[in-house]
Structure formats: structure tokens, C-alpha cells
Design a protein around this ligand. Structure first.
Ligand code: C5P
Length: 404
């Protein structure tokens, strides 16, 4: 979705400026065209040559560069941009933008653009917390700039606190979210579940499965990038919360069921990618069960079928991990659970399914149409599924983007 997009990456004079090289690199790898504008302070921290090499494009470092390919640069760059991203943004650039000052190329471009502007502040904690900076950020927010709050952690001063440039994944995620506004899921609320539920045996042991949660997280991010409001209900995974997604963390099948039932009244679609444990211990021991010589027999009961039982005015999409008779079994589940679509995958293949980065799936719809897709990254599978979901949902009269 970043291919064919033109992104202005503004870099200012913060110690975090070196991270801008990674941001540029990831944007380029995702297919974007990146025009870098550096302030004169930024070039003290990182060389324009680095950004020139990464982007394959000229880097703008001053106001009127006669050698530049851009005619009246701030106007032509501003016009061509789909989004302007300033990362890292110092207290100084934030103050200048809030005051509408136009004394360098970056400020002029921001003033001249109609594209959305995203700001990722990075500075010393006291500077960030200073009411002057906070007022300036509030002013920019009120003018529809999107601010990605800095992370808390170790700063260049050696102290700990808020002010670190936030994670690059979050910056890229925010760019995708902003560019995805007005996509085919704009105005829709998509509920996604992910991960394998954990059913406790005692305070330290549980029954679970090998689900990594990757497919569910990919679905949540893909839905966000198509303009949807997204709620992700997730069983424990090793992934950070995707930016721009409402995340609800749950442990057991019962907690997942309760949360799904709470959210579905507001949802347009439920995509159940979670691997819900099929069985749970009938009793959870209060204390840790002592290891004994005699072994241990656990009595198990079925967990509730969340997808099969949840009802309401939304479409249901299920996943089916199968090791035999893939299509027949999936078709049967689609019918039983009242689904609009079922995404079946063959878990006997080692390159797809649980834990893998890619998946080979067959998508079946209510009419019995069977679409067998080749092996592809989970993110691409997610986009295929959501493209079909978008077609099944009623078209909005106008594509009103969700508020950021
Ligand atoms: O019946 P089976 O577990 O194969 O169905 C898989 C689909 O049903 C998945 O979408 C899964 O998230 C969902 N499911 C559920 N509650 C269960 C078991 C599975 O919602 N207890």
C-alpha cells in the first residue's frame, strides 16, 4: 500500500536523527518514493549522503538550491507529497510549526502542503514536558497534525524518561494508517481475534497450542491500513501492540468469548483468527500442583465455541486449521458456524500455518466458491481476506474516514 506514494521525510537536529535512515530504508523497501528534507542542524548528526544513497533521490538541505531538480522546491515538493513525516522532530521545529514560521525549507514545505503531517517528537524529557512544548503540540494537534508520542526510556543525557523517538514500527504503522484513510473499509469496525488461548491447570501451568498470533496481527494491521477502526482481542503473544489498533488482552477462551460478545454489537465484521483451545481443565487448582511419582490425570471439558455461538448484525469469518479433507471440513464448519467466509489452511505443510511467516490458504464463501491461494506472506493473505470482507459489507454513502 506504500507503493506509488510520495512521502516527505523531514529530519531535524536530534541525536535520534540516525534512526531516520532506517525509516527511509523501510519506506523505500515498501515501495514508497521518499523525498528527504534535512534542517541544517540535522546534517550535523547524519550525512545527507546516507539519505541520498538510501532513497536514490536528491536530499534537500537548504532553501534555494540552484543545483536542485525541484523548481521552487517547497511548492513542488509540498504538492507532490501524499504525507509529510517529521522524524525525529525537535522542540525547535515543533515551536516553529506552531508559530507558522517559514525560515527553512522544512517549515516552508509544511506550510505549503495540503497533505497530512505526522510528527514524531524526540527530545530531552524536561524539554518535552515543558508547558511551552506541550502547548505547541496541542496547537498542532488542533490543526490536525498527527503526533506520535515519544517512548519512555534511556535518553542521550543518560537519564530515563519520555522523549525517545518512538519505535520505527509505530512510525511506519502510523504512516500506513494515515495513508489508508478512505480505503475500502473506511467507516467500518472490524473485530479481529488472535493467538492461542491459555487454559490454566494451576497458577503456573496451562493448556494451549502452537498459534503465534501472526495471522491475527497481520489481519488487524491490514484492516487498519484499509481505513477500518480495528479492535484486536488477543490471547498472549510475543508481538507488540500494533499502533492505531484498540487492543484487548485476554487469557482464556471464556475471557475471549466475553470480550467478543461485548464488542460485536458495534462491529461490522468479526474475523476469528485466534486458535481457541478446544479443551480446558474442569477445575483450576488454587495452588501449584506438587510433582509426584504417580503422574497426573487431568479431566478436561470443551471450551465454548465463540464463533459458532455469537450472534448479531455483523459478518463472521472463521479460520480452519486442517490436516485432512481441507475443503470438505472447512465447508462444513462454514455452515455449522453461520460464516460468510472460511479461511482454511493445511497445517501439515511446514512452510505455512502455525508460527510461519507465510500461509497457503483456501478461502471458501457461502456460495461454495473455493479460492485456493498460493503460498504468500501472512500480510498478503490478510489483504486478500479483507478485500473479500469489504465486498461483502454494505457500501457507505460516502467514505468518511475514521478519526485518528
Ligand atoms: O471448529 P474449529 O476449531 O476448527 O473452528 C475454527 C474456527 O472457530 C476459528 O475461526 C476459531 O477461531 C473458532 N473457534 C471458536 N471457539 C472455539 C474454537 C474455535 O470461536 N472454542
Amino acid at each position: 500500500m506504500l507503493s506509488n506514494k510520495t512521502i516527505i521525510l523531514g529530519i531535524t537536529g536530534s541525536i535520534a536523527a540516525y534512526k531516520a535512515a532506517e525509516i527511509a530504508s523501510q519506506l523505500i523497501q515498501a515501495g514508497a518514493k521518499v523525498n528527504v528534507i534535512m534542517t541544517k542542524e540535522a546534517i550535523e548528526f547524519i550525512s545527507p549522503v546516507t539519505l541520498r544513497a538510501i532513497t536514490g533521490r536528491p536530499v534537500v538541505t537548504k532553501m534555494f538550491d540552484l543545483a536542485s531538480e525541484f523548481s521552487i522546491e517547497h511548492i513542488s515538493l509540498a504538492k507532490a507529497a501524499d504525507i509529510v513525516v517529521i522524524a525525529p522532530a525537535t522542540a525547535n521545529i515543533i515551536a516553529k510549526l506552531a508559530a507558522g514560521i517559514a525560515d527553512d525549507m522544512l517549515c516552508c514545505t509544511v506550510l505549503a502542503t495540503k497533505a497530512p503531517v505526522l510528527i514524531a517528537p524526540a527530545m530531552e524529557t524536561n524539554m518535552y514536558n515543558n508547558p511551552a512544548t506541550q502547548d505547541n503540540l496541542s496547537k498542532l494537534k488542533a490543526r490536525n497534525f498527527m503526533i506520535i508520542a515519544p517512548a519512555t526510556g534511556r535518553l542521550a543525557s543518560g537519564k530515563e524518561g519520555p522523549g525517545r523517538l518512538t519505535d520505527i514500527t509505530d512510525i511506519i504503522g502510523s504512516i500506513r494508517q494515515v495513508l489508508g484513510r478512505g480505503g475500502d473499509l473506511a467507516g467500518k469496525h472490524i473485530l479481529v481475534t488472535a493467538g492461542g488461548t491459555q487454559e490454566p491447570i494451576d497458577p503456573v501451568r496451562y493448556i494451549s497450542n502452537r498459534s503465534s498470533g501472526k495471522m491475527g496481527y497481520a489481519l488487524a494491521e491490514a484492516a487498519r491500513d484499509r481505513g477500518a477502526k480495528v479492535t484486536l482481542i488477543t490471547a498472549p503473544t510475543s508481538f507488540p501492540e500494533p499502533v492505531g489498533v484498540d487492543v484487548v488482552k485476554v487469557g482464556t477462551a471464556q475471557e475471549m468469548r466475553q470480550t467478543v460478545e461485548n464488542v460485536t454489537p458495534q462491529a461490522d465484521a468479526l474475523v476469528m483468527a485466534a486458535a481457541v483451545a478446544d479443551y480446558r481443565p474442569t477445575k483450576t487448582a488454587k495452588d501449584k500442583i506438587k510433582k509426584g511419582e504417580a503422574g497426573l490425570t487431568l479431566e478436561l471439558e470443551c471450551t465454548p465455541d465463540i464463533l459458532g455461538n455469537v450472534k448479531g448484525n455483523f459478518i463472521k469469518v472463521g479460520f480452519a486449521a486442517e490436516s485432512s479433507n481441507l475443503v470438505e471440513n472447512a465447508k462444513q464448519k462454514l455452515k455449522q458456524k453461520g460464516l460468510a467466509l472460511i479461511v482454511a489452511n493445511d497445517i501439515t505443510a511446514t512452510d505455512s500455518g502455525f508460527g510461519a511467516d507465510s500461509n497457503r490458504v483456501t478461502i471458501i464463501d457461502r456460495e461454495g466458491k473455493v479460492d485456493s491461494l498460493p503460498l504468500m506472506p501472512k500480510r498478503e493473505v490478510a489483504d486478500k481476506v479483507l478485500g473479500m470482507v469489504a465486498k461483502l459489507l454494505p457500501k457507505p454513502k460516502s467514505r468518511r474516514p475514521n478519526k485518528l
